[in-house]
Design a protein around this ligand. Structure first.
Ligand SMILES: Cc1cc2nc3c(=O)[nH]c(=O)nc-3n(C[C@H](O)[C@H](O)[C@H](O)COP(=O)(O)O)c2cc1C
Length: 242
């Protein structure tokens, strides 16, 4: 199993201690991207990735190698300390550069764990935000570990071990989980957007080139009968209102 760690902490202390504990519970190879060493410039908000394609991002030389590793791994470990009740700027800047995945989801067969450390507040909210973001990227299942590290011995080792083991077994199993209802709705939203009379060009190209436009959800993910019908009804409804 290939795990890719995207480390959004500028230092290897509290958040990294949790990552190390997780790694001890997993079997496989680990690659790490320390965003603090990548020097990615701040997203310029040029909209090139959304409109024309990610290959037109002025910072593509920084982003492309990381995205290639994301495509290549089996599972993602994404980390951030809580900064001002949110993710670190390092991680947010990376997520801004990859926001096109909201429109063009890719990672339907991958699983992820998000690791958030805090002195005491904001960790649940930040873990929920990262979970939401990764599910918009298409990630099949996201595990959450949010830990308050204010007191050294409050490091919740049992919780970390239990969640990490569950994550590792799931990754190893290769099982593809049924998507959440919300994930199906967002899939249909972007499918409808790609089929509009005036679609975003890069989105249209992606949805047609991948063939996703012909499916109720990614063909890599089996939908039960009820969810299939739900997706079709949702698609018809959204087509009318968008
Ligand atoms: C700039 C900055 C902002 C922070 N904001 C918060 C915060 O809003 N709430 C909180 O509980 N802890 C906050 N903290 C504390 C960190 O989240 C906490 O110490 C974290 O475990 C640090 O992780 P690290 O060792 O990986 O850097 C902040 C720390 C820094 C440096």
């Amino acid at each position: 199993m290939k795990y890719l760690i995207i480390n959004g902490s500028p230092r290897k202390k509290n958040t990294w201690a949790i990552v190390n504990r997780i790694k001890n519970n997993l079997e496989g190879d680990f690659d790490e991207i320390n965003l603090s060493e990548c020097d990615i410039p701040i997203c310029k908000g040029c909209f090139n990735c959304f409109m024309n394609g990610e290959e037109y991002c002025p910072h593509r030389d920084y982003i492309k190698p990381i995205v290639e590793k994301l495509m290549d791994c089996d599972a993602i470990i994404m980390t951030s300390p809580v900064y001002a009740l949110n993710v670190s700027a390092l991680l947010k800047n990376f997520l801004d550069h990859t926001a096109y995945f909201y429109h063009r989801p890719e990672f339907f067969t991958k699983k992820a764990i998000v690791v958030v450390s805090t002195a005491g507040a904001g960790h649940k909210k930040v873990a929920n935000y990262l979970d939401e973001t990764l599910r918009h990227w298409g990630v099949n299942k996201v595990y959450k570990l949010s830990v308050a590290c204010g007191e050294k011995d409050s490091l919740e080792t049992d919780k970390i071990d239990k969640t990490a083991k569950k994550f590792g077994l799931d990754v190893k199993s290769g099982k593809i989980h049924s998507p959440k209802w919300g994930d199906i709705i967002f899939f249909d939203v972007w499918k409808v957007m790609a089929l509009k009379d005036d679609p975003i060009p890069a989105d249209k190209k992606f949805w047609f080139d991948t063939g996703l436009v012909n499916h109720d959800f990614s063909p890599d993910v089996k939908l039960g009968f009820v969810k299939k019908i739900f997706s079709k009804v949702m698609f018809t409804f959204l087509k009318r209102i968008i």
